[in-house]
Design a protein around this ligand. Structure first.
Ligand code: 3PG
Length: 306
């Protein structure tokens, strides 16, 4: 079988070497398409691929239709909003993710971004500390749980909201669950977003929630830009000159935000939450192993288009 790794943002070399060794070891063939710049390059590369490993690369119905041999696509990472699941299902392609494999890298970045904004983006001037502040975790999944653990190490007060997680499990981690989203935002000096981007969450974080944050509140987005209502974020930042926004995924109108709000906002130039060698190795090798298992035994454990 031909396994294609198609990554606009390439994996670290050690991860590619590891993927190659797993794929070769199982008797399959590895092909690489890195740093491609046009859809045509991707269309051409997928033509004879039986399996596909991607990161945030968009696997649209056009891609799926051109990949007539494709049996499985694995998103080496958590969020699979870049995969057209309907197109995959229609063509009988199994879609998977690799949950938890890059969570630590994202959690560390969330804490790093909080420190960066609290210290005036490392510009001269008096900043503030994380110690003693309250951090609200919006969605207590793999990343949220790790951010909570790290925040406790900074002596922060950690609260969380997640209707899909049993409160007892949150309490067991020494984290206080709150019963409404409104309460979470009202109590959080730092609000760390960990919701996926889907039909329910897109545009769901807007003016009403953001302006509930206490004076000096900082919204931290290492999730997806799509979960933010950008126009309402802009309005909130204009009206509440004490609020801050730090994001790993530049807003569509990030240049306007930067110009208007200066060091109250910061965005990574390109999403870098999972950009560590460790995360690349964890997620890349997991993806390769899942493909090998799928071909060997039909294992669909991490399928997301059931
Ligand atoms: C994820 O959903 O796993 C992260 O957003 C990482 O995305 P990336 O592989 O494009 O860095």
């Amino acid at each position: 079988m031909k396994v294609l790794v198609a990554t606009d943002k390439p994996f670290a070399k050690a991860a590619v070497d590891g993927i190659r060794s797993i794929v070769d070891g199982a008797g399959h063939t590895l092909a690489l398409l890195e740093k491609y710049t046009t859809d045509d390059e991707l269309y051409n590369a997928v033509k004879d691929a039986d399996a596909l490993i991607v990161r945030s690369d968009k696997i649209t119905s056009e891609v799926v239709c051109r990949a007539s041999n494709l049996k499985i696509v694995v998103r080496a990472g958590a969020g699979y909003d870049n995969l057209d699941l309907t197109a995959c299902s229609e063509k009988g392609v199994v879609a998977m993710n690799t949950p938890g494999q890059n969570s630590n890298a994202v959690a560390e970045l969330a804490i790093g971004m909080m420190i960066y904004l609290s210290r005036n983006c490392f510009n001269p001037g008096t900043g503030s500390e994380l110690k003693g502040k309250t951090i609200g975790i919006h969605a207590y999944g793999n990343v949220g749980k790790l951010v909570a653990k790290l925040a406790k190490g900074f002596d922060m007060n950690v609260i969380a909201f997640d209707p899909f997680v049993d409160s007892a499990k949150i309490i067991a981690d020494g984290v206080t669950p709150v019963s409404t989203l409104e309460e979470l935002y009202e109590k959080s000096n730092f609000l760390s977003l960990h919701i996926p981007a889907n039909a329910q969450t897109k545009g769901s974080v807007g003016y009403d929630l953001i302006t509930r944050m206490p004076k000096g509140g900082c919204l931290v987005n290492t999730a997806r830009k799509e979960v933010i209502n950008e126009a309402e974020l802009l309005k909130a930042l204009e009206e509440r000159t004490d609020l801050k926004y730090v994001t790993d995924i530049p807003a569509d109108n990030q240049a306007i935000l930067n110009e208007k709000f200066g060091s109250r906002v910061f965005a990574s130039p390109k999403k870098m939450g999972a950009e560590t060698a460790e995360a690349n190795i964890n997620a890349g090798l997991a993806a390769a192993n899942q493909i090998v298992q799928f071909f060997a035994t039909g294992d669909k454990t991490f399928q997301v288009n059931k």
